[in-house]
Design a binder for this molecule. Structure first.
Ligand code: NAP
Length: 283
């Protein structure tokens, strides 16, 4: 049997969690977003964060920057937000503006770095220590949790090795005792790896990259890709969901695009904000 795990079912659980955590707090958590105005997808991404955050009782403020913003201005914004106790989360949209260098990102207060972009938080993940981890890989892990899928002993193939998705996922899956293979743009014949895998996660941003014949033996497919093809949003996986659901052989899971990992990611940002606030003694 093929099962499509929609983001919606996970979100209803996460919403409850957020509500409960906020019930003992008198204020309104505040997230500041430094938005790269040169990048159109960032603008729509921020709109969706804004909508979800506000619906769930968070305030959002925007700082619009572009390639003309000076390094000093960027430092000034980040330092002011990091030291202001009223600010609980800071997101810098990617791709960064040209002057947004890693040493500027690293000035973000570690417990306000709600998308785990600073070196401190990245190293915490690699070392299996407490920290704020990147939201998209955290969202992926929620899909395994949702259906109680046991990763222990499974062979998982991750396609993509970016610092925001593929690489952090490697550490999260390893922590769950999965055995990992990571493919990337220089991998020869991805099918050679995916066809033997139990779990395939694609985060490459290439439409139609993963086809049905490449994942015949997999029992869990996660599609992180967000691509626009002919004005429609599609993932990296070229899988017919209806046909997938009708498959009567074994129990198999897939996350859809749209409506899968994407919307859950925003909720992980909100949960990270609350976790950071706890660490700062605010809630
Ligand atoms: P990225 O930084 O561009 O990284 C893409 C990765 O995929 C790289 O490691 C690249 O390999 C690899 N890759 C590219 N083409 C490939 C190919 N033909 N075969 C195998 N590997 C290939 O992108 P990202 O930020 O990680 O995002 C990846 C995708 O996820 C995008 O579609 C993005 O829109 C989506 N995304 C979704 C969410 C969400 O919330 N659902 C959040 C973030 C991103 P190299 O390292 O060799 O270049």
């Amino acid at each position: 049997m093929g099962m499509i795990i929609s983001g919606k079912q996970i979100i209803s659980r996460l919403k409850e969690d957020i509500k409960e955590q906020l019930s003992s707090y008198n204020g309104v958590p505040h997230i500041s977003i430094i938005l790269n105005m040169e990048d159109e997808p960032s603008k729509s991404y921020v709109k969706s964060i804004q909508k979800t955050a506000e619906k769930n009782g968070f305030n959002i403020s925007l700082y619009k920057v572009d390639n003309n913003t000076t390094e000093d201005e960027l430092i000034e914004i980040i330092d002011a937000l990091s030291t202001d106790n009223n600010i609980d989360g800071i997101i810098v949209t990617r791709p960064y503006v040209t002057r947004m260098k890693k040493d500027i990102i690293n000035r973000i207060h570690k417990w306000k770095d709600i998308d785990g972009q600073t070196d401190w938080n990245m190293i915490s993940l690699y070392k299996n220590e407490d920290g704020l981890y990147p939201a998209t890989p955290l969202a992926v892990m929620e899909f395994f949790r949702e259906v109680n899928y046991k990763l222990r002993g499974k062979h998982a193939v991750i396609v993509g090795r970016s610092k925001t998705v593929g690489l952090p996922l490697f550490f999260m899956l390893l922590r769950e005792d999965a055995t990992l293979t990571v493919c990337h743009s220089k991998t020869d014949n991805i099918k050679k790896y995916t066809e033997k895998a139990d779990v395939v996660i694609s985060a490459a941003g290439v439409p139609h990259l993963i086809t049905k014949d490449m994942v015949e033996n997999a029992s869990f497919l996660v599609d992180v890709g967000i691509n626009v093809v002919d004005g429609k949003i599609v993932g990296d996986m070229d899988i017919d969901y209806e046909e997938f659901e009708k498959d009567e052989k074994d129990l198999k899971f897939i996350t859809p695009v749209p409506g899968g990992v994407g919307p859950v990611t925003t909720y992980m940002l909100l949960l990270n904000t609350l976790y950071g606030m706890k660490q700062r003694g605010k809630i």
